[in-house]
Ligand binder design. Structure first.
Ligand code: ADP
Ligand code: MG
Length: 259
């Protein structure tokens, strides 16, 4: 029996008169890799902002592992096990690669970043533990990040900055990872490597939802695809099913279906 991890029920977000996400109901099972596609402005990022607690729903429900999450703050979503990356890279550019991952990890520990002025033995132990875990996460990406541990984040190549964002999200020990256009700006070889990274993340027991315009990434990676248009879910199912849906072709893929 598949275990339901995330459920949304008629989830809606409006900004004034604009309905960015309209009555989206879906269910995501643990262990799945789900793709979200749709034209620009169709509500994909807004959907992520809702299920990571950045926006409060206008109406509808979010259930994560049997908990109703609707009015919770973003840190409660992180604590529950939802982590994300952003469409536009958000790193601490003037901090090192290692520090960026350690900051992701700090959210999980009791001694906060800003309370570390008086360093107790416990805090020092915790710090060593955080660093060890951060180094492990960097090593997850082979030598891509590990070789740049002490470089500043801004010195990394674009693809490596995207990898670092994923490493930082993983530092919170998520159950669900949300990736917003992770292959944007990547060349085909980098996209292929990203796909193998996502498969390895799933092997860690982490469920993934991927927003992506690159259909080779979507078709290669996803167990199930959800298509949005004007904030509404217009199709859901296997890539082949969604790709041949007339509404999806009309609104997004075009008549050739080779987007
Ligand atoms: P996508 O990620 O699919 O390109 P978005 O979710 O970013 O789409 O945007 C969906 C719609 O919601 C767009 O029309 C966008 O302008 C609008 N929108 C998103 N965030 C806000 C906001 N904070 N305030 C007002 N409008 C917003
Ligand atoms: Mg977006």
């Amino acid at each position: 029996m598949p275990m339901s991890l995330l459920q949304t029920e008629r989830l809606t977000k409006s900004f004034g008169g604009l309905i960015a996400v309209r009555e989206v109901s879906l269910e995501i099972n643990a262990g799945e890799i789900i793709g979200i596609i749709g034209p620009n402005g169709s509500g994909k990022t807004t959907f992520f902002n809702l299920i990571s607690g950045i926006y409060t729903p206008t109406s509808g429900t979010i259930v994560f592992e049997d908990r109703i999450m609707n009015r919770q703050a973003p840190h409660a979503f992180a604590d529950a096990g939802i982590a994300r990356t952003f469409q536009t890279i958000r790193l601490f550019k003037e901090m090192t690669v290692l520090e960026n991952v350690m900051l992701g990890r700090h959210c999980q520990t009791r001694a906060g970043v800003f309370e570390s002025v008086i360093r107790t033995t416990r805090q020092k132990e915790e710090e060593t533990e955080i660093q060890k875990k951060a180094e492990e996460l960097l090593a997850f990406f082979g030598d891509r990040l590990y070789d740049h541990c002490v470089d500043l984040a801004r010195e990394l190549s674009y693809a490596n900055q995207r990898r670092l964002e994923i490493a930082r999200a993983l530092a919170t020990d998520p159950k669900l990872l949300l990736l917003d256009e992770p292959a944007a700006g990547m060349n085909p070889q980098e996209s292929a490597e990203l796909m193998s990274d996502v498969f390895r993340i799933r092997e860690l027991g982490i469920t993934c939802i991927v927003i992506e315009h690159d259909m080779s990434v979507i078709s290669g990676l996803c167990d199930k695809v959800i298509a949005l248009d004007h904030g509404e879910k217009i199709a859901e199912g296997s890539y082949d099913l969604v790709r041949s849906d007339p509404h999806v072709i009309e609104s997004y893929l075009g008549s050739t279906g080779t987007h």
